[in-house]
Structure formats: structure tokens, C-alpha cells
Design a protein around this ligand. Sequence first.
Ligand code: ZN
Length: 219
Amino acid sequence: MAYRHRYLEGDPLDLPVGKVVCIGRNYLDHIRELGNVVPETPILFMKPATALSALDEPIRLPTDRGECHHEVELAVLVGRTLRQADAATARSAVAGYGVALDLTLRDVQNELKKKGHPWEIAKAFDGSCPLSPFVEPGALADPQATDLTLWVNGEPRQQGNTRLMMIGIFELMAHISTHFTLRPGDVVLTGTPAGVGPLRSGDRLLLGLAGHRFAARVA
Ligand code: ZN
């Protein structure tokens, strides 16, 4: 079924499905686990609208392209156009918060990194961004102090809190808007905490955002 943005309770939102702008390294513990260097400026990349799929649809992993890793991330739905915005303006433009998986073909990405090539085919493939319904902006007591959790087959794999981000949500959105105009219906992914690892066919996932729980499964 074609992906549409929606709130947890209710009909599809009257917002187009736009691009997804992501940050590569925003939690120190995750940078360390991959042996990466702490970036001086945010590493940004994008996924096209065709990457989005509803979290309650079966997740289809690309076959024969090596390991596909889960990265659980806070997702921010943009409600108003942001261009050269400051953090306060970015905050006021948030239409909702959700939780997403930034699916990553890790073997492919490592090969590309070695060659100094861009990551797109490892990050932006069809279905590479399963996304939950959104909660309204006021529903999170403090978006910058929110638990973010991923369980795989009942085992906790990723347990983070958005307070551990190096660049905060609204500063990140402001920074992005100096490079790429954010439009209503775009989504910003804010980076993943430690604990990334491969998914396998049949895995049962549970994603947590504050007290909300969203189930998903790998086809
Ligand atoms: Zn990520």
C-alpha cells in the first residue's frame, strides 16, 4: 500500500510525502561502535520518498547485498517550509514525532566508504525507511529527553535517549535548512544510538518512543 503520513489516531495527514533528510553520526556511543571519527560538521544524506513505508507493513530486505542493519531513530515530520531557519523557527515547524528505521546495507556501505564513494545505494533503496505513525508535537513531554528503544525478537538491541544527541533536534533541522529547503511533508531522521546490527527474515521488532510501542516484522 502506498505510504501516507498519519497520526497515531486518525486519518492520513493532509501533507505530501516528501524527502527524508538524515544525519550520519549524532550519538557518540554509535560512532564508537563503528570505529568512526566524530565529525566536525554534521554528515547529511537523503532518502527519497520511495524509501518510506509504514512500519506495520512487512519489511522487505534487499537480497544478496550483504547485511542489512537496523538503526532506530527519532523521526520528525516537517509541517512548514524551512529555509535558512533558526532553531526556534524549526521547533515551531514540527508537525509530529515518530520512530523510524534507517535501514542500512552495511557491507555495501563499508565498500563505498573505502572507495570514498557516496552511500546512496546502501541507504536510500526502496523501503529503506519504515516509519511509525506520528504523535502530535505536544505529546512528547520533552522531545530532547525521550527514550528510544528497539527490541528484536524480545531482546533489547538499541536503548538510547534523545538527550544523548550531539546536535539537538532543532539545531539539526536549522542546519539542514541551510543546505536543503525542508518542505511540509519532509521527514528528518536524527541519528541512531549504539546497538546497530543485522536484521533477518522473520525477525519480530518492537520500537519504543517514550511510552509508545510499535510492532513490525521482517518479511
Ligand atoms: Zn542512521
